[in-house]
Design a protein around this ligand. Sequence first.
Ligand SMILES: Nc1ncnc2c1ncn2[C@@H]1O[C@H](COP(=O)(O)OP(=O)(O)OP(=O)(O)O)[C@@H](O)[C@H]1O
Length: 279
Amino acid sequence: MVNQPLEKEHVTEPVKENVLEAVGLRKTYGEAVAVDDVSFTLAAGESLAVVGESGSGKTTVARMLLGLEKPDAGTLTVCGRERPAARRVASRERRRRAREIQIVFQDPYASLDRLQKVGDVIETALALHFPLPAEERRSRAAELLESVGLAERHLTMRPAQLSGGQRQRVAIARALAVEPRVLVLDEAVAALDVSIQAQILNLLADIREQRDIAYVFISHDLAVVHQISDRALVMCGGKVVEEGPTDRILAAPQEPYTRQLRAAVPGPGWTPSRRPQPA
Ligand SMILES: Nc1ncnc2c1ncn2[C@@H]1O[C@H](COP(=O)(O)OP(=O)(O)OP(=O)(O)O)[C@@H](O)[C@H]1O
């Protein structure tokens, strides 16, 4: 029997698997409900924004994704495996989880060891996860720095010798060293000047084009979110109040709270413009 070639119109895009599935996440601190019944999925290579004002629960969601907080209720499935809510996790399992999700914080100065040279920051991350000969590890560190727009000469510098934008590039390189499927960016450009913000957002878009990596991009700023995400969740008081394509949320916000956030975006005459995103 001769195999018939598939007709072109029958060829469909492969469905990307979900790298994150959160169902009914809840976190309380005493009487205060920080996160209430939050559910979402993130497909491989997708960029999802979590947007809301200060105190809306965004960071608590991030901390639960990273396993830094234990949800009071709900389930979290990462790369197809449900994360048990156990408090104590063996170091081997912690390393495996770290290769699934990494985070970049708002303030790289706080998250980088001030005494450690940039090259050692990256090499330490590599050494923890990959058994490489020292020479290969050094050249991998140099390649990673190059991939975030830094040069070999930065390898021997310490965080204090770098600008805020350069430090954030180091934090991104350290996260990428582990080759995670998901990168959580928690207000990762909020502390930077607008022009540096744009550079880092472009860098993040380039990285997503080049690697099979998905983003959870947490921000209070809808204008920033629009440049980096395909889809957005809007959080208020720990709950998701609106969800949809970022373009739609900006052009036609449905909820009064989202309209209020939208009103803070530059205007009048401001029109959304963005780099094309990878499919
Ligand atoms: N460790 C904690 N102990 C007590 N309350 C907390 C704790 N962490 C967060 N909260 C409370 O939970 C709510 C959500 O906080 P969360 O930090 O997640 O919000 P956010 O949207 O990330 O805000 P921000 O951008 O200011 O961090 C807030 O009311 C906060 O005060």
